[in-house]
Design a protein. Structure first.
Ligand code: FAD
Length: 428
């Protein structure tokens, strides 16, 4: 058979991208009775949560003195699986993003895979979703590229969980994409081992920032971000950092993304040199790994039936078609050396509406995760990982409902969807 344009038999739901959102979407659609194939360009499930090395779930709890858990369902099941394998711990966040759940990335990879395989999702790694075949505003098929050549997969419903909204954009759904200067910065996460963690903890976050500033002022170091952070991991002597800052990059531009990977690794060497030489506790530490994919916070935000705004976030807006709750603050890693924070007022919680996951102009497509329909400021809150998984569960369940009733996404009975989500442990 030719390796060009092979046709593959239909599935009910095709999920493009296996990050936090795609994982939960595939699992929910499968558990609700659909046949599901999940396409992932890398070699594991998790996206930013694993391949990028971001090892702390935020968004499960509201920030502040009396944290409330506001995310249940599949995301909470994942957290419990991590507890079962002694793979995580809870920690208060110094910036006030709320209680985080820090985990062992390798254990999470296995948990994500096990849950999908147990449910019967078909996984395809090392595979890029590329060209979209359209007919009258409906996706007919998506061509995928991998070692087997080009193949088209046909499905009834499609879920774009690529983070970048690749499929929605190619299907002709409108989207917003800031200029490279407006987009949030990228970060190469790195892990160091042999750190004297107790000693390192004696340098406060403020004191570390001062050391970074002094190092830059000495002319001997070039650290683009002076408020970077680090934290202990479940593995003794191993720490994870969020220090590197690569700005002015549109990560949907493959050339710019390549340069960002190169710049991120270069900066990593500089931060490691700084930590080794200037920060007590790091004298004998060494770099163990950089993330296999640079961390991308923001690219396309698909324009949906509703666009979540920063005002909605800060005012704690509630919606009739709520599919998830969020209490995480706006955390805007804008270009430059700082980060802008804005907190949710009122009862500290806002809703993510289902309409922000329904792209305009394409009838059988849903999106989930960081490419949801939101303004720049709102996305800087809703992109937290617990919410991305919650959005995934919502769209996976919605596509299963649409499948059962053979209906268009826009015709879905929202109250039926909400009831099903509530039955399946979702907190609304
Ligand atoms: C540096 C950094 C630090 C962060 N810190 C935190 C934190 O501490 N706590 C927190 O809760 N959140 C944090 N976040 C945010 C959070 O991790 C992400 O917003 C969230 O995980 C995004 O999930 P997603 O599934 O929408 O997208 P992604 O994680 O980007 O997943 C998308 C997946 O799709 C795949 N893909 C992309 N295009 C294609 C294609 N065309 N074909 C096939 N596959 C494709 C990718 O390989 C990837 O696996 C951080 C993010 C970054 C970048």
């Amino acid at each position: 058979m030719s390796h060009l344009n092979r046709k593959v038999s239909n599935v009910d739901v095709l999920v493009l991208g296996g990050g936090a959102a795609g994982f939960a979407a595939a699992l929910a659609a499968r558990r609700n009775g659909c046949s599901v194939t999940l396409i992932e360009s890398q070699n594991c499930i998790g996206g930013s949560r694993t391949a990028t090395g971001v090892d702390t779930f935020y968004g499960f709890y509201t920030p502040g003195d009396s944290p409330r858990r506001i995310v249940g369902g599949i995301p909470w099941e994942v957290a419990n699986r991590l507890v079962e394998v002694n793979g995580c711990f809870e920690r208060p966040n110094t910036y006030g993003a709320g209680t985080g759940i820090t985990y062992d990335v390798e254990k999470l990879k296995v948990i994500y895979e096990s849950m999908l395989i147990e449910a019967g999702v078909t996984l395809l790694y090392h595979t890029y979703a590329s060209v979209v075949e359209m007919e009258d505003g409906t996706i007919k098929g998506v061509a995928i590229a991998n070692k087997g050549g080009l193949t088209t997969i046909y499905a009834k419903y499609y879920i774009d969980a690529t983070g970048d909204g690749d499929i929605a954009a190619r299907a002709g759904a409108p989207f917003e994409l800031g200029s490279p200067e407006e987009l949030q910065s990228l970060t190469t996460i790195f892990f160091m081992a042999n750190v004297d963690v107790d000693k390192a903890k004696m340098t406060s976050h403020k004191a570390l920032a001062k050391l970074m500033k002094e190092a830059n002022q000495s002319g001997q170091y070039n650290l683009p971000r002076e408020d970077g952070s680090w934290h202990a991991t479940p593995n003794p002597g191993v720490i994870q950092t969020n220090m590197v800052r690569v700005t002015g990059v549109d990560a949907t531009d493959p050339f710019a993304l390549t340069m960002a990977e190169i710049e991120g690794r270069k900066q990593t060497q500089e931060y490691v040199r700084f930590l080794n030489n200037c920060v007590p506790g790091y004298e004998n530490a060494f770099l163990v790994s950089t993330s296999q994919h640079i961390g991308v916070r923001e690219t396309r935000r698909i324009r949906g039936a509703y666009t979540l705004t920063e005002e909605d976030v800060v005012q704690g807006a509630k919606f009739d078609d709520a599919i998830a709750c969020c209490g995480a603050p706006v955390e805007d890693h804008y270009a430059g050396s700082g980060t802008r924070w804005a907190y949710v007022q009122g009862d500290g919680v806002y809703h993510i509406p289902f309409r922000s996951l329904v792209p305009q102009k394409v009838s059988n497509l849903l999106v989930a995760g960081r490419c949801l329909s939101a303004t720049h400021g709102a996305q800087a809150s809703a992109r937290n990982s617990a919410q991305c998984m919650a959005m995934g569960q919502a769209v996976g369940t919605a596509s299963a409902l649409a499948c059962k009733t053979n209906s268009n996404i826009s015709e879905l009975d929202i109250f039926q969807l909400k009831n099903l989500l509530l039955e399946q442990g979702v907190i609304l």
